[in-house]
Ligand binder design. Structure first.
Ligand code: G
Ligand code: MN
Length: 292
């Protein structure tokens, strides 16, 4: 039934014996995930956002991992689709926000100077009628101010109902949340809406960054996004920076804030804490210069 539904209206799919096996494996994974969200097994990793103008870490993106009892460490790609399918995505999203807030609280209590943490919000979460109160409640219960959290939102999520989106974003912003447009350029953006959304940050999708040196078309796209961000007064962040060449190109074109494997993979909380405590002084600029 699910396969037929996915294939579109008036499709059909025949049932096969293997499906019993697949279905029961899935059911098992689903109940594992339900338990993980309620208890233990999920962890947040933190990927630094680096400002190459100063060489400092100015934020991080929180990325969820699942330490599955039998399957090992799973990345979001391996379980977020399942969470979506079985109606656990909103609960998973709540978990991520709560865990990010709890971590911020723990750093503050340990006397560590924190940076803003970005969390990815899925469309079903954003469509919750109580999304603003919900997020404020989760963050405040952890003893954290919303301004310490950035919400990474995709274009397709924002475009579902543009007028509602504007109202919700305005209220989130009033509460103090930072708002970022994630994977910019890959969805269906209406520039008409973009100018009306109160966003703080544009994240250039890694698909454009990976080929953005010299005079490729991707370079032209990257330049346009940087310009657009400048005119709209939004901070621009390049995602998926993997080589020194990409980093230098972006820096030269006025995009010093970058995130990607070149600087750091997503780190377990303890490793990211160490990075914060080193005075955020792990000088990524020097590292880049040394990359030859
Ligand atoms: O869509 P979003 O920007 O939220 O995606 C974050 C994902 O991108 C994470 O799964 C993270 O591991 C991955 N990622 C982070 N940096 C890089 C990078 O430099 N290269 C590639 N290919 N993926 C990256
Ligand atoms: Mn993101």
């Amino acid at each position: 039934m699910y396969a037929a539904k996915t294939a579109g209206p008036s499709s059909s799919r025949f049932f096969a014996d293997e499906m019993n096996v697949a279905a029961s494996a899935k059911l098992e994974l689903e109940s594992d995930l339900r338990r993980a969200i309620a208890g233990e097994g999920l962890q947040l990793y933190f990927q630094p956002k680096v400002d190459l103008a100063t060489g400092r870490v100015i934020g991080a993106e929180a990325l969820v991992r699942w330490q599955h009892p039998r399957r090992g460490l799973l990345t979001p790609l391996q379980f977020v689709p399942l969470a979506e399918e079985c109606g656990l995505i909103v609960a998973l999203g709540d978990w991520v926000v709560a865990a990010a807030a709890a971590q911020l609280r723990a750093w503050t209590e340990a006397g560590i100077e924190t940076v803003c943490i970005a969390v990815n919000l899925a469309s079903p979460s954003f469509q919750q009628p109580d999304i603003v109160d919900r997020l404020v409640g989760i963050v405040r219960r952890a003893g954290v101010a919303p301004r310490q959290i950035v919400l990474d939102l995709t274009e397709s999520l924002l475009m579902v109902d543009g007028e509602r989106t504007i109202a919700v974003l305005d209220r989130l912003r009033e509460q103090g949340f930072g708002l970022a447009l994630d994977d910019f350029g890959t969805g269906y953006s209406s520039l008409g809406y973009l100018k009306r959304f109160p966003l703080d940050e544009l994240k250039i999708d890694r698909s454009f960054v990976s080929d953005a040196s010299g005079d490729s078309k991707d370079a032209a796209i990257v330049l346009s996004i940087i310009e657009l961000g400048r005119h709209f007064g939004m901070r621009v962040v390049a995602e998926g920076v993997e080589t020194a060449e990409q980093a230098r190109f972006l820096l030269a074109k006025g995009c010093p804030i970058q995130q990607g494997f070149l600087f750091s993979r997503p780190l377990p909380a303890a490793d990211f804490s160490a990075l914060l405590q080193s005075g955020r002084g792990n000088d990524f600029r020097r590292q880049l210069a040394a990359a030859g």
